[in-house]
Design a protein around this ligand. Structure first.
Ligand code: FAD
Length: 493
């Protein structure tokens, strides 16, 4: 790749350089406009090799850059060569800069044919190879896929599937996309990180990095990669901030700002320092969702409530009030309404209210969201969004107490007089462990439970569902996939 495709090599190098240290697990990086998919495994060999031992998943090409074979022989062992061979099909190739004798021997023994080629840069020669596996490369068949729900989860999935050439039919009972939880004027896309490597922490980091690249690739005005400032304002947030700073030796993910620097960046006095996440930002979900489903392979069925879903041999029969559709696959992206069709435990809805406040001569220049318990967004027209409340109420009307809750939280960020200008009510779909439900159960795909982080979590879950449908390499490792299983709360009897 290096000598033949220098621009691709540069593009991939640049994307990889943006990954932080200490980001264990599998990273999915799409580049060359999504035509090339890179699976990058960070971690110790014994764990990462296990990730390759899924007999259904075969890779097209391997790039081996395991440091010098003389100094780091473990990376070039016979075990690795045979593991890569197992995860190869008959057209898989590999290439590496080294031509060391024992590397060649290990790959030959693992059933690769080898070719010594002219090297690149300062290297005189390089090694390339082709697998002699009898396993045929899977040809992905174009399918017809139904998606129930046109929020950020459904629309991001529709976009990914259509770009892969599938025919998509997206249904929503509302008269357009982004009308339910997704319909706030802004959704702030930022991670909730932890210093420990739990499934939640790993998913938060990976989905954040993925979503930021996903929106970048859309090259859209509905994504503002403005950065997000997260203040350390109380005992818990300061403790988390300290642990995060101690766990990282790089500043790729965030930059620590004291209160003077935070104030300077925001353009007004803030009484707390915090962490500035430069790859974070905010989306305008309505515009973004419209753009995501603007593809001729996506048929839009708005004001069509899905009433029933039935599996018959290898097809699904989906009924709305007046029509019936026969589909190869169905993905439920209908948030807490999922149990209309199946019985998923551990899922519930949580009311949230955002409030709008008028801008003023200080706030009007704010360029990025600031979070501290609640959040304050940059202005949209002449209003800023602050939020949001969490309550058990079922009411769809604005509740004064919840406006007051938002106004109180915002004082940590901006303690000047502000004028309330209404608000909006929505219902988050929350799960017991705060992770989404993403995967397949009894043949039905599910992508729900995005809680208060849908703009960050939905794109990676959608990519995962699309890969499950295509039976191809997955964008999450088994540690994360296990934690996202839709039936994980099912009571075992
Ligand atoms: C007050 C508030 C503030 C928030 N702030 C943020 C934020 O700053 N950043 C962030 O990332 N997230 C935020 N969130 C969370 C975010 O809004 C959600 O995580 C996200 O929108 C969930 O998207 P979704 O596609 O899963 O669900 P939804 O947007 O709820 O979409 C589900 C869709 O399914 C449709 N549907 C249901 N049943 C059927 C059926 N039978 N047939 C057809 N259609 C059906 C519904 O009409 C709906 O359109 C906030 C949420 C709230 C409530």
């Amino acid at each position: 790749m290096h000598s033949q495709y220098p621009t691709l090599a540069n593009e991939s190098k640049e994307l990889i350089s943006k990954l932080p240290l200490n980001a264990k697990g599998l990273h999915r990086i799409n580049f060359a406009k999504g035509k090339i998919t890179l699976s990058l495994l960070y971690g110790d060999l014994d764990q990462t090799l296990n990730e390759l031992k899924n007999p259904q998943i075969k890779y097209d090409a391997w790039y081996l850059d395991g440091f010098s074979p003389a100094k780091n022989p473990e990376m070039w062992s016979a075990e690795i060569a045979s593991c890569l061979a197992e995860a190869s099909h008959s057209e898989t190739t590999f290439s590496t800069y080294t031509v060391a004798g024992f590397v060649k021997k290990n790959f030959e023994r693992a059933n690769f044919s080898l070719f010594k080629l002219k090297g690149f840069g300062k290297k005189r020669s390089m090694l390339s190879g082709k697998s002699n596996s009898e396993e045929k490369k899977i040809i992905i068949k174009k399918k017809t896929i139904g998606i129930v729900g046109a929020g950020i989860a459904g629309c991001s999935l529709a976009k990914i599937l259509a770009e892969r050439g599938h025919n998509v039919i997206i249904f929503d009972k509302e008269d357009g996309p982004s009308k339910a939880a997704t319909g706030n004027p802004f959704l702030v896309a930022y991670p909730r990180l932890s210093a420990h490597d739990s499934p939640y922490a790993r998913f938060s980091l990976h989905s954040y990095l993925f979503s930021s690249r996903f929106y970048d690739d859309m090259d859209t005005k509905f994504w503002k990669k403005s950065g997000v400032l997260m203040l350390g304002f109380d005992e818990n947030s300061l403790k988390r901030e300290k642990a995060l700073c101690n766990s990282r030796k790089d500043t790729v993910l965030f930059e620590k700002l004291d209160k003077e620097l935070a104030s300077k960046k925001a353009g007004f006095k803030i009484n707390h320092g915090g962490l500035f996440f430069k790859d974070a930002g905010y989306i305008d979900p309505e515009g973004l969702c419209e753009e995501m489903i603007d593809n001729e392979l996506i048929e839009k069925k708005f004001k069509e409530e899905v009433k029933s879903l039935k599996k018959e041999s290898d097809h699904f029969h989906l009924k709305t009030e007046n029509s019936e559709y026969v589909l190869d696959h169905v993905c439920l992206c209908n948030a807490f309404m999922v149990n209309q069709f199946t019985d998923f435990q551990g899922v519930s809805k949580k009311r949230g209210q955002i409030s709008y406040i008028s801008t003023d001569k200080t706030l009007k220049n704010l360029e990025f969201p600031i979070c501290a318990g609640g959040y304050l967004s940059p202005k949209s027209e002449d209003k800023h969004l602050i939020g949001s409340s969490y309550s058990k109420s079922d009411s769809t009307e604005l509740i004064e107490e919840e406006h007051n809750e938002n106004l109180k939280k915002i004082k940590i960020i901006y303690d000047e007089k502000i004028k309330l200008q209404g608000g909006r009510v929505g219902f988050r779909t929350v799960t017991r462990d705060r992770l989404p439900l993403a995967g397949v159960v009894n043949g039905i795909h599910v992508n729900i439970g995005h809680g208060s982080k849908g703009s960050t979590s939905a794109p990676l879950c959608s990519e995962y569902i699309a890969d499950l449908i295509d039976s191809t390499t997955l964008p999450v490792d088994s540690f994360v996939a296990e934690a996202l299983k839709p039936d994980r709360f099912k009571v075992k009897n």
